[in-house]
Design a protein around this ligand. Sequence first.
Ligand SMILES: [Zn+2]
Ligand SMILES: [Zn+2]
Ligand SMILES: [Zn+2]
Length: 95
Amino acid sequence: MICEHEVGLHPLPPRTAGCEECLKTGSRWVHLRLCLTCGHVGCCDSSPGKHATKHFHSTTHPVMASYERGERWAWCYIDEAELDVPPEAEPLLRD
Ligand SMILES: [Zn+2]
Ligand SMILES: [Zn+2]
Ligand SMILES: [Zn+2]
């Protein structure tokens, strides 16, 4: 599925190699998510910090993609639906 929030996205390269907030505080994360609006890397909801979801609530950037090796899926927080990775974001994700 493709949602309206994916239309017109211009994904930016990841700003950090790990969760931006966890790296600052020395916390650990479980999985990483990449914001397809601004390149913010945050941790998933199984991580103590839940920084990817917090990033959505503070910025309203709607679509993130998995930033885990070999994973290819995206998620729209507004539609609460799994999405295909937009082709422009594909080269930014990890092999
Ligand atoms: Zn959407
Ligand atoms: Zn985090
Ligand atoms: Zn963002």
